[in-house]
Design a protein around this ligand. Structure first.
Ligand SMILES: [Zn+2]
Length: 98
């Protein structure tokens, strides 16, 4: 679970052991997968061996989300907020490297 995404650092709390690890995502750039018409997932691993997978293909703008308040658990809404920041960092079409 993402705890924070700030200054190209993603803090992830392990779903398995609860340890929070810091990941520098500066050098992560996900490839576009033509077959699926999506960008590849971001995988961030914990020292215990558990990896968490983040789908960076959610609507770029929060305004485009089709959810209303209460549709999603608050925790999920917060996760999407952080994923939105993350995908702006790692997707070549969004991070300015394209
Ligand atoms: Zn762990």
């Amino acid at each position: 679970m993402l705890k924070e995404v700030k200054d190209s650092q993603a803090k992830v709390e392990c779903v398995d052991c609860g340890v929070i690890t810091n990941h520098d995502v500066t050098d992560i750039e996900v490839p576009y997968l033509e077959e699926f018409d999506e960008y590849e997932n971001v995988v961030l691993g914990c020292t215990c061996g558990t990896s968490e997978v983040f789908n960076v293909n959610i609507p770029v703008d929060a305004e485009d989300e089709k959810f209303e308040t209460g549709d999603l658990p608050l925790e999920e809404e917060v996760q999407r907020y952080y994923v939105r920041i993350l995908q702006r960092l790692v997707r070549p079409d969004l991070n300015g490297s394209d």
